[in-house]
Design a protein around this ligand. Structure first.
Ligand code: BG6
Length: 511
């Protein structure tokens, strides 16, 4: 069932364009730059949200001239832009692109960068504001920031700002995340550090705050009295593709849980902030993450499930198993699937399990948060032979289709009392039209205007690692004996189903 079409009533807060600035991208020849960052900057330009006084400097170790680098971006944008590229707009962007080559560990690179920044600043009047984007391998994060600091490029004076966006992974466990925080804070204040989690750039994730706190009817029932459990699925159909080298050292738990998945938990479970001020919002998210019970080693065995995909035939085509993927150890015990039952120890959520699962080569690409409510307290329809009624459920559909649905029971028309579970669906694209985007637009713009609300703070990154740390420890001590334990194209190992079934619950069937 779809809701009747009507024009949405919108209440607008007008976005302001970013401050004048130079965006310096370290790792500018990589995948992220061509697939996400440049298309996102281009989308901001089309929406008049890029500042007029603007420039981009790409930095990598490859020897490109400015012209060659521009040429590369011009080819890439035509492949990866989310909308048709307007030649006039692109040439405006293109004129503002520069390139600096060098080794990230070599102080000379930073001297060259300083000269280039000063020149660009003068030409484009960018007011000395620099946004450094670290789209590099994680081992360079600390090094680059230290070098930027030593070159005097992170000092904020005379009203200029200097900000650094750091990609994930932020550490590979709690100790390394703490060490990295400590290292970068020798150079930067917390206010200059923007730890990105691209899930927070997704519309429906942000919409969770509006849905919960911009409406009067949901929040009163958003708690342990009315909610039975929450299940969060972050499923991908792709395998590890060209990232086998990284992934085999990381695994699904590190790759997806302390960051993206726990951010979804936090958005679902946080208390209303006292305002939408960045610290107020991030304080509430931090509180929830801190309230997640860490699992004892025994509980890890019963509350966390790991899996690795094996080969499968799909439509007459053989999908390789994980162990035969490029750059993966043929005996690898790295997990490509994880499901965990979490508990949040606070008044709102005591006794309400949060089940999360994520994995590669699963049956469908889908990310969603399903909130299942308790059943009606009295089975009024028992006399009519109805012993069980389906529970109400709110589902936040995050991708690929963005929207919200509400499931409830309705009477099937006819002379007998028969109940059917029906869905009321709201689809973003139907109401607001589809605005193809990369998901990085909001985050880049927020950094350019100095709004860190949707970025991770030092304490929330560490809190995420604290939750997964016991699982990492137990899994390291007890290598899996049954890998591969799910076939590519399925919903993961059967133990993930048992996790819920032993408590009389089941994963939502995602058709
Ligand atoms: C990244 C992970 O952070 O998120 C990848 O490293 C994963 O392994 C990706 O594929 C998923 O992002 P999205 O936006 O496609 O769901």
């Amino acid at each position: 069932m779809a809701i009747a079409q009507e024009s949405p009533v919108t209440t607008t807060a007008k976005a302001r364009a970013g401050d004048p600035c130079v965006v310096v991208i370290f790792g500018a020849a990589g995948d992220l730059t061509k697939r996400k960052l440049v298309p996102a900057l281009y989308n901001l330009l089309t929406q008049k949200l890029l500042p007029d006084r603007f420039a981009v400097i790409g930095v990598t170790s490859a020897e490109y001239s400015d012209a060659e680098f521009r040429e590369k971006l011009s080819i890439d944008i035509r492949e990866f832009a989310t909308t048709k590229v307007d030649d006039q707009l692109w040439s405006w962007f293109d004129e503002r692109v520069r390139y600096v080559a060098g080794d990230f560990q070599d102080p000379n690179l930073y001297e060259k960068l300083k000269v280039s920044l000063a020149a660009v600043d003068k030409q484009q009047h960018t007011s000395g504001n620099y946004l450094f984007y670290l789209a590099t391998a994680p081992q360079f994060f600390g090094e680059i920031i230290g070098q930027l600091g030593r070159a005097g490029l992170t000092t904020e004076e005379n009203g200029q700002w200097r900000r650094v966006i750091i990609e994930k992974p932020f550490g590979r466990d709690l100790d390394s995340a703490r060490a990295l925080n400590k290292e970068i804070k020798k150079t930067l204040d917390e206010g200059q550090i923007y730890r990105i989690d691209h899930y927070l750039g997704k519309e429906t994730v942000q919409n969770m705050l509006v849905f919960r706190f911009g409406n009067g009817i949901f929040e009163p029932v958003w708690n342990r009295r009315y909610i039975d459990h929450v299940q969060i699925t972050v499923a991908e159909t792709v395998g590890v593709e060209l990232r086998g080298g990284y992934y085999d050292q990381s695994g699904a738990l590190r790759d997806m849980v302390p960051n993206h998945t726990l951010q979804l938990v936090a958005m679902t479970a946080m208390e209303p902030p006292i305002s939408f001020d960045s610290e107020a919002v991030r304080d509430e998210k931090a509180k929830v993450l801190h309230a997640i019970q860490t699992l004892s080693p025994e509980a890890v065995l019963t509350h966390a499930v790991r899996g690795q995909y094996g080969p499968a035939m799909t439509d007459g085509k053989r999908d390789p198993g994980y162990r035969t993927e490029a750059q993966v150890n043929p005996q690898s015990s790295t997990e490509t699937f994880v499901a965990v039952q979490l508990a949040i120890d606070n008044w709102r959520w005591a006794g309400v399990p949060f089940y999360v699962r994520t994995g590669k080569r699963l049956a469908r690409r889908v990310t969603e948060i399903a909130i299942q409510f308790k059943r009606a307290p009295k089975l009024l329809f028992q006399e009519a032979g109805i012993d069980e009624m389906s529970a109400n459920m709110v589902v936040m559909h995050i991708q690929p289709d963005e929207g919200i649905s509400l499931r409830f029971s309705a009477k099937v028309p006819g002379p007998t009392v028969t109940l059917g579970a029906v869905n009321m669906n709201f689809e973003y694209s139907q109401y607001f039209g589809a605005a193809p985007a990369t998901g990085y637009e909001t985050l880049l713009l927020d950094c350019m205007v100095g709004d860190p609300t949707l970025f991770q703070r030092d304490d929330t990154v560490e809190a995420g690692w604290r939750v997964v740390e016991p699982i990492l420890d137990v899994w390291k001590a007890l290598p899996p004996r049954d890998f591969p334990n799910y076939a590519s194209g399925t919903w993961g190992p059967s133990e993930a189903d048992h996790l819920m079934e032993r408590e009389g619950r089941h994963w939502r069937i995602i058709g």
